[in-house]
Design a protein around this ligand. Structure first.
Ligand SMILES: Nc1ncnc2c1ncn2[C@@H]1O[C@H](COP(=O)(O)OP(=O)(O)OP(=O)(O)O)[C@@H](O)[C@H]1O
Length: 260
């Protein structure tokens, strides 16, 4: 589904990402981990069209997407959440999700203004979709609440719902468990597993909570100073000497990594 081939991103003299190669298959959950400043978010910014790589190619379903505008990439089926939550804080929970779906509504302006049947049918279908997504993420009861009144963990879940409302095939999650308590993180782990199965999405996950990463990822890629230093399954990564030294620490895979 996604092939990142020898991709480099330079900012002036700094190579934030160097010669990165990374693949994601259909329905895979792939981890992208590494110390602060390793280049993980820069990878997301390249995949979503915010940055155009300095070198290399990013292919999505065999089509090169380097340099394509973010909104176009979103409509191709790549969605993301942000490390710093970016909700519309004064809108309701429900409207935050509806907004993400607006480019997919199945009626035109005239049909909306004249309140034609297609408008009502599409709106009812949208309501149903928004409500079932919110229910899955345990946010249905909060649908009329302003986003800013949600707890931190709820806001993180709402970000994921909003990304899902665009019907992605590839979902990029940037530290979804940041600020969550252990119980919320555990629930999130189950939810991510359900997303893969029920929404037929592939997931690329940036996360410092190693319990979550090791518990959910099929494969993990490790970045350090912009370079990939390891890739493999959770067992291989947990036991990789270079990864332990650069990131995991001696208790690799227990809780939060030492350099997070
Ligand atoms: N727009 C930019 N201009 C200049 N330097 C940048 C820019 N974006 C990122 N960088 C630099 O690139 C490097 C990688 O940053 P990035 O945010 O991708 O790391 P990260 O692995 O996501 O870190 P964290 O875990 O802290 O989120 C850092 O040195 C950062 O300062």
């Amino acid at each position: 589904m996604l092939n990142v081939e020898n991709v480099t991103m330079k900012f002036g003299g700094l190579s934030a990402v160097s010669q990165l190669t990374l693949d994601i298959g259909k329905n895979e959950v792939v981890g992208l981990i590494g110390p602060n400043g390793a280049g993980k978010t820069t990878v997301f910014n390249m995949l979503t069209g915010i940055y155009t790589p300095t070198e290399g190619e990013i292919k999505y379903n065999d089509k090169v997407i380097n340099g394509i505008k973010p909104h176009k990439i979103s409509s191709m089926g790549i969605a993301r959440t942000f490390q710093n939550i970016r909700l519309f804080s004064s809108l309701t929970v429900g409207d935050n999700v509806r907004i993400s779906h607006t480019n997919k509504t199945d009626y035109n302006l005239a049909e909306a203004l004249l309140r034609l049947p297609r408008f009502f049918k599409a709106e009812a279908a949208l309501d149903e979709k928004v409500h079932s997504l919110l229910a899955l993420f345990n946010l249905y009861e909060k649908r009329e609440e302003k986003a800013r009144n949600l707890s931190y963990g709820e806001q993180r879940r709402l970000e994921i719902v909003r990304a899902l409302a665009t019907d992605p095939k590839l979902l990029l999650l940037d530290e979804p468990a940041a600020g969550m308590n252990p119980a919320e993180t555990h629930d999130l782990m189950n939810l991510i597993g359900r997303l893969r199965d029920e929404f037929d999405v592939s997931i690329l996950l940036i996360e410092h909570d190693m319990k979550l990463v090791m518990g959910i990822c099929d494969r993990i890629n490790v970045l350090n100073f912009g370079k990939k230093i390891a890739s493999g399954n959770p067992y291989e990564i947990r036991n990789n000497e270079e990864v332990i030294k650069a990131y995991l620490g001696e208790k690799g895979g227990e809780g939060t990594a030492k350099n997070a």
